[in-house]
Design a protein around this ligand. Structure first.
Ligand SMILES: [Zn+2]
Length: 149
């Protein structure tokens, strides 16, 4: 994590208090104290860094606005398109699930524009992909291709 580079955010008096309490209960040589200070400081910093991280996430658009009929928007960078999944993988190295977790989104949050997924499922049915039944033979007499727009 990148939190190590940051040196602010740790209250010196808090470190001093912990050190004082520790020193009064343990027998330390003076040269052990700097090491103790560093380790206490680092521990506090580690706690702060872990807790702060989710709060620094600011979505490019609001979650509600990120899903529109014809497009979905990436909360990370504001990218807009019909399908978010591929964008997430190539641009952010995230899977759909990781993205949902990252932004605290429900499992049914759409990553594909609603109009686009509707279009695709209609297409799949037309191609016969949605068929799970052997007895469902294509009707011979009908000509489903008659109406092409
Ligand atoms: Zn993005």
């Amino acid at each position: 994590m990148a939190a190590e580079a940051r040196n602010q955010g740790v209250a010196p008096h808090l470190v001093a208090k912990i050190i004082a309490s520790y020193v009064s209960h343990h027998n330390l040589t003076p040269d052990q104290i700097p090491e103790l200070i560093t380790s206490v400081h680092r521990s506090i910093q580690g706690l702060g860094g872990a807790a702060e991280q989710p709060e620094t996430l600011i979505p490019a658009v609001s979650v509600r606005r990120s899903v529109q009929r014809d497009a979905v928007t990436c909360l990370d960078c504001g990218w807009r398109g019909k399908m978010l999944r591929r964008h997430l993988t190539t641009q952010h190295g995230l899977s759909g699930d990781e993205y949902l977790k990252r932004w605290n989104l429900p499992g049914d949050h759409p990553l594909t524009a609603p109009s686009y997924s509707a279009q695709r499922s209609t297409l799949a049915k037309e191609l016969g992909l949605g068929r799970g039944n052997r007895n469902n033979k294509p009707a011979r007499g009908r000509r489903p291709r008659a109406s092409v727009d």
